[in-house]
Design a protein around this ligand. Sequence first.
Ligand code: IMP
Ligand code: MG
Length: 207
Amino acid sequence: MSAARVRSVSSNLSVAPEQLTVGGYVAGDVLVSSEDLQDRILAIGAEIAADYVGRQPLLVGVLKGAFMFMSDLARAIDLPVEFDFMAVSSYGHSTRSSGVVRIVKDLDIDLTGRDVILVEDIIDSGLTLNYLRRNLLARNPASLEVCALLVRENHAVDEAILRYEGFRVPGDFLVGYGLDVDEKFRNLPDIRIAGRSDVGVGDEATT
Ligand code: IMP
Ligand code: MG
């Protein structure tokens, strides 16, 4: 599936101002609106349902970022699916990938012979994805595909492994719809560009 290109929209009036400035951070301009997210997720769900007819895929969500996407995606797949989650740590409280991935919570379900779909919030460098694919393939699934809501334009993974994807996004640090900065903003209904409230959104690169 080809990913949609993002187009910025200026505001989302349904989010209260006090949700947008928290703990020294600002959730600024909307990059992907909640309507565009939901439309795209319905399309991905329909595509997965068509691809897996007669099978019961196991959705493996990567916590915490993918929880909201996984919840909406699962309802958009008109097939009997199962869920499991794993939690990995690669960012800590920083906004840069450390390159070190640690499994904080492993799966409960045995992957042997299962049709697994790995559900990710965002593929940034791709380090997390590469690590997880190797780890899951070693458990002998019948198949393993990747479904990522967001993919950076300059990611460093083989395009062939990105089976389902929502939107190609630029390098800005993003929050909302599961994505956080320092655990904040995960419950926003849209994807926004994050900044520091003391320097103003978009000023970071020049200060
Ligand atoms: P990667 O290993 O560099 O691909 O990083 C992937 C993980 O980093 C994602 O699953 C997110 O948890 C986190 N991440 C990367 N970019 C962002 C962002 O813009 N906002 C919030 N989290 C991000
Ligand atoms: Mg993540």
